[in-house]
Design a protein around this ligand. Structure first.
Ligand code: GUN
Ligand code: FE
Length: 432
């Protein structure tokens, strides 16, 4: 297949809004795809000349083709929690989220929600995500089975949680360990699936369960680890009470060997300097979830300040559905922009689009396969239309630069701006 469109792919994080060397842009571009991989990316005329005469050609001009969007943290069993009214994190978890997650003990329910989950990702142009399943193995089975059926590259894990949650939503140190091992054995490396070790957060795991997570991390050092860190002041206080020997919240995870370069920590809003240093030294990833942080009133993540520290943090951007209020990475970066505004910082549109593509692929340590249009990588990409709605089309009439077009997409765009989503070279959105 040969795709003709305006092509944009980042090479590294842009240093400024006019950092032309940070990306590759082809105004009349060609993307040649074979067997689910990108085999050529360049000016249309050149790619056309190198392709066989009978190759199927798809013309997406005047739209923009970018690498598929990547979401580094969300919750598959929270599709029916999104937008639930609550004061803050702990109330939201206890009144809405935990009761809802209990339903995923049923395989049929998990399978039904999994179909909706992937439909929604595709609709919003997200081709890879890292998600928490529920405590039930059935939820992880449904999650990975559906990813396999759709050929998507997904990270996910059965949540480990053995206290401070209702009956029906807890495992034990032993079953959490055994079932995580079973999920790894059945799903890791099958298709494009990546299993993550997933203790929910310190409050819902006993020290004995953290020991079990530590054992898994030692046995499977290449796996992702995902959890939550420093989201809310009450959460931080309760964690300190439950782990009195730890230096701070980050140290709880560090003590159990869970702080490393494949560790993804949702939120990280209220980190001390010591914690940020420890994260940086370990190469751990702080995952910013802007719509969630605003919705739950959790706080303002110091994205720009974290990235320019003497010991910088690796960061990911994520929806955190259902604490987050949108599946759209465009809307997510729009809210991230506004949070930086409140902190007196500026997130430029090139940086935003880098974050939702290559940056998030790097956060997941998957940039050798996704997040880029470079030849040799997987053919996951999106087609974006900056004139998708009447309001966008009107604004687009006076937009003159690529950066302004991206900023318009981010500020006014959502799933309506996603014309098509390709996974491993297959058009997915138009088939929903
Ligand atoms: N901390 C522990 N569990 C959760 C969750 O499901 N959502 C959010 N936002 N924070 C959490
Ligand atoms: Fe979360």
């Amino acid at each position: 297949m040969l795709v003709r469109a305006r092509l944009l792919s980042f090479l590294r994080r842009p240093q400024a809004v006019d950092d032309r060397s940070s990306y590759r842009y082809e105004e009349d571009g060609g993307l040649l795809v074979e067997d689910g991989r990108i085999v050529a990316f360049g000016p249309y005329a050149d790619v056309r000349a190198g392709a066989s005469g009978d190759v199927e050609e798809i013309d997406h001009r005047p739209h923009l083709v970018l690498p598929g969007l990547v979401d580094t943290h969300l919750h598959f069993p929270q599709m029916q929690v999104i937008g639930a009214y609550a004061a803050d994190l702990l109330e939201w978890l206890n009144t809405h989220t935990f009761p809802e997650e209990c339903r995923f003990v049923e395989s049929a329910h998990a399978a039904r929600i999994a179909r909706h989950f992937y439909d929604e990702l595709i609709r919003h142009g997200t081709t890879t995500a890292a998600a928490f399943c529920s405590v039930h193995k059935a939820s992880a089975d449904a999650y990975f089975a559906e990813a396999l059926a759709r050929g998507m590259c997904m990270v996910g894990g059965k949540v480990m949680m053995d206290r401070n949650a209702p009956q029906g939503l807890t495992d034990t140190p032993g079953t959490g360990y055994d079932e995580t091992r079973a999920v790894i054995a059945e799903w890791h490396g099958k298709g494009r699936n990546h299993v993550a070790i997933t203790p929910r957060f310190a409050i819902t795991s006993t020290p004995a369960q953290m020991d079990a997570a530590a054992a898994l991390a030692r046995e499977f050092p290449d796996l992702h680890i995902q959890t939550h860190l420093s989201e809310n002041h009450d959460e931080i206080r309760l964690t300190a009470e439950l782990y009195p020997d730890a230096l701070d919240y980050t140290d709880v995870y560090a003590r159990y060997g869970l702080l490393g370069p494949k560790s993804l920590f949702g939120h990280c809003i209220h980190l001390s300097e010591r914690e940020a240093d420890a994260m940086s030294e370990a190469g751990a990833v702080a995952v910013h979830c802007p719509t969630s942080n605003l919705f739950l009133g959790s706080g303002l993540f110091a994205l720009k300040a974290f990235m320019r520290r003497e010991k910088p943090l690796r960061v990911g951007l994520a929806t955190d559905v259902g604490g987050g209020t949108s599946y759209s990475m465009l809307k997510t970066l729009d809210e991230a922009y506004k949070i930086q505004q409140l902190l007196g910082e500026r997130l430029n549109p090139l940086e935003s689009f880098h974050h939702m593509t290559l940056g998030n692929a790097e956060a997941l340590s998957l940039a050798d396969r996704i997040g880029t249009l470079e030849p040799g990588t997987d053919a996951d990409f999106v087609v974006l239309d900056a004139a998708a709605t009447p309001a966008m089309a009107l604004r687009m009439e006076v937009v003159r630069s690529l950066a302004d077009e991206l900023f318009l997409l981010q500020t006014l765009g959502d799933d309506r701006a996603v014309r098509e989503t390709y996974v491993a070279g297959r058009a997915m959105k138009s088939r929903l």
